[in-house]
Design a protein around this ligand. Structure first.
Ligand code: UGA
Length: 465
């Protein structure tokens, strides 16, 4: 079966799914109404930073399996399968905004020249598949089509790898005809022993939210424990390591941090709670995770202020890292927004550095000083916060930093530094739930956090030692 697939929307999801499906051997047309973006893509300019993506796109374009167009109607007409990958941003009330999905459904309906399978890849509220079916039928009563839900589980920063080596592929589907085609699309991955899970459409939609909200709950839980560790003198790194060795818990997503950010967990947790609320169900656990996340961001800002308030009237804080996590230039729902706002409210001036995300942040926050090196950001500051776990922050020249900061205080909200070593060098290091953390005077030789806590990459699949 030789299939042509169109992907509508060239955001993160579309730009990874399209080249990924081309890599599986299909002919793929990526379409977007943003002419400028399509023109750039046709010149080989990729609008997002995603490791391995440019190479994959270049390869597939060269092989003639991948193309980009702003002629959406033409893309739909030429395709057997259409993936909807447009944005579903968070509306004011916490619900997912389906305006783009509905607009694209109308365009699809207007161009259904043959039987087509319409797949939702965007994260859409439970019930959207059925809503789309009714909507398209209302625009095109005689059209032949099937709706499929195929949620994505791509992590930014490792999305290409996640697409080509998924833990599972979830397919919500009502028709045998559509099922066979989708099976064919993913056949190369299934041969690789990646499970294809078939279910109905609302269940597939639910699986996506359930997975993201669960991971968010896990993070809020470990973050909450890190706050308690700070109080009771326990070590969160050891707690997480020991918990993670229990296979029922698993070691993943147990790295405490400044709260979860990004375009998915905050939005999807809110959207799930909103949907449940509409059905009269209170999602206490999900709501607690959302609240705990706000708490964690406040905690980092308050922790920082507790060090500088008593030391200085002039308060300048360096923020190292603006992206919501490492390996991405994405700042959507970055923890930096709330933490910077709270520090500014308390009268702090902010200097910031991020290896990739500064251009994006400059469009959003204009009241901070952007610096072209971490050293420039740190110069003359009363404290620094490591907000994103960029590997380069681990290997900074701390001897130099000691001489350029007004007060050598570092709040390491990702626990990536060797705190004990830096304390010996005269720094005040405050990590999350790791002791000792504050006093330069303390003898910390017997109380170091485990080595694995210092080197654990929260996104790594490498087993802990
Ligand atoms: C998340 C999910 O992991 C993907 O499976 C899903 O497909 C995606 O959302 C989506 O819905 O599109 P992503 O938002 O790229 O992926 O980022 P994650 O790696 O999940 O991290 C989310 C946040 O949690 C980040 O702020 C990160 O720093 C934080 N985090 C993650 C921790 O603080 N500790 C951890 O141990 C792991």
């Amino acid at each position: 079966m030789n299939l042509t697939i169109s992907i509508l929307g060239t955001g993160y999801v579309g730009l990874v799914t399209g080249p990924g499906l081309a890599e599986l051997g299909h002919t793929v047309i990526c379409a977007d109404i943003d002419t400028q973006k399509i023109n750039s893509l046709n010149k080989g300019i990729i609008p997002i930073y995603e490791p391995g993506l440019k190479e994959l796109i270049d390869k597939q374009v060269k092989l003639g399996r991948l193309s980009f167009t702003h002629n959406i109607s033409h893309a739909i007409q030429k395709s057997d399968v259409i993936f909807i990958a447009v944005g579903t941003p968070m509306a004011e009330n916490g619900a997912a905004d389906l305006a783009y999905v509905k607009a694209v459904a109308k365009t699809i309906a207007e161009n259904l020249n043959t039987y087509k399978i319409i797949v939702t890849k965007s994260t859409v509220p439970i019930g959207t598949g059925f809503m789309l079916k009714a909507l398209i039928q209302s625009y095109a009563p005689n059209a032949q089509f099937d709706i499929v839900s195929n949620p994505e589980f791509l992590r930014e920063g490792s999305a290409v790898n996640d697409f080509l080596k998924p833990d599972r592929i979830v397919i919500g589907c009502e028709s045998e005809r559509a099922k066979k085609v989708i099976e064919h699309i993913y056949a190369p991955l299934v041969r690789d022993y990646r499970p294809l899970i078939f279910t109905d459409i609302p269940t597939a939609e639910m699986i996506k939210y359930a997975s993201n909200a669960f991971l968010a709950v896990k993070l809020s839980y470990i973050n909450e424990l890190s706050r308690l560790c700070d109080q009771v003198g326990a070590n969160i790194a050891d707690v997480a390591h020991a918990m993670g060795t229990d296979h029922r818990i698993s070691k993943h997503f147990l790295q405490p941090g400044p709260g979860f950010g990004g375009s998915c967990f905050p939005k999807d947790s809110q959207a799930l709670a909103y949907t449940a609320n509409q059905y009269g169900i209170n999602m206490h656990v999900v709501q607690a995770s959302i609240d705990g996340n706000s708490e964690q961001k406040k905690y980092i800002a308050t922790k920082t202020l507790s060090h500088i308030n008593r030391r200085s009237d002039q308060k300048t804080v360096a923020i190292l890292g603006l992206a919501f996590k490492a390996n991405t230039d994405d700042i959507r729902y970055s923890q930096a927004f709330d933490i910077i706002a709270q520090l500014q409210k308390e009268g702090c001036s902010i200097k910031a550095y991020d290896p990739l995300a500064m251009d994006n942040m400059k469009k959003e926050i204009t009241t901070i000083t952007y610096c072209s090196t971490p050293y420039q950001a740190l110069e003359g500051t009363d404290a620094a916060i490591i907000l994103t776990e960029w590997p380069e922050f681990k290997t900074l020249d701390f001897n130099r930093i000691k001489t350029i900061m007004r007060h050598p205080i570092i709040i390491d909200s990702r626990n990536i530094l060797n705190g004990s070593e830096l304390i010996k060098q005269g720094f005040t290091i405050d990590q999350l739930g790791i002791h000792p953390r504050v006093t330069e005077e303390s003898d910390n030789s017997t109380n170091q956090p485990c080595h694995y806590a210092q080197s654990q990459d929260p996104h790594s699949d490498t087993p802990l030692p």
